[in-house]
Ligand binder design. Sequence first.
Ligand SMILES: [Zn+2]
Ligand SMILES: [Zn+2]
Length: 280
Amino acid sequence: MNRVVLLGTKGGPAIRAGGAMPTSSLLELDGRRVVIDCGLGVSKGLVEAGMDLKTLDLIFITHLHSDHILELGPLIHTAWTTGLKTPVTVYGPPGIEAYWAGFMASVSYDISIRVYDEGRTPLDEIVTVQAYDEGLVMDGPIKVQALRVPHPPIKDCFALRFDGSKSVTFSGDTAYFPPLASFAQGSDLLVHEALLPAGVETIIAKTGLGDKLRNHLYASHTKAADVGRIAHAAGVGRLALNHLVPADDPTIGPQDWLSQVAEAWDGPVDVGVDGLEIVL
Ligand SMILES: [Zn+2]
Ligand SMILES: [Zn+2]
């Protein structure tokens, strides 16, 4: 079955009781399983979505913000302790190698013990970490392309498009960026980040952060109404709102998101919740 499962759907690294987890997704396309972003909760999310972690083999990271990368190392390590022996490839922006080296250093004691005590394959022998840039990232039965998107102050943040028998585009974290519509043109599914201005002031009050956070949110993310504009211009088959800001405000419900998106988009749309499966 070709599907996308949104494992974690909140934007930003904080977690709260009863709330959604930071960003990660699973794409199953033509028999290949791909993990996109590894925010906190990705390992449990994959297991709950029915994936045997021993089969982990392909991961893409859109950028190095912690809500997209904090559980990358722990996911691979947990897959390894679950019995993973086969190669894993991680594609990430420049800097991904340093993350991986730092993670491996932090668990070197545990890994060396498990290699001699439990007879496991050394983890560094099965993991390849590769930095990518804009353009064609992976060719073959599934083609993967990257588009640099504006997410200041981060320079290396990418939207990713996967083409097989179906096409799926993930926006990454991005400010409103009309070229993304050309990049996503004709995708069966567009998974796009979204911000709801009505919820921003509550977040500012909750975190105790002021103008700097407010400025970051508006300069680096896409308002829900503009997400609808991208979906419309791209002519996608379906839209899913992801990386929701806010994701855990009890005064905001799906209808608040949908009414904004509806300014420009009248096609099928899902408001992301953790564990949501979208069949392609
Ligand atoms: Zn993010
Ligand atoms: Zn980000």
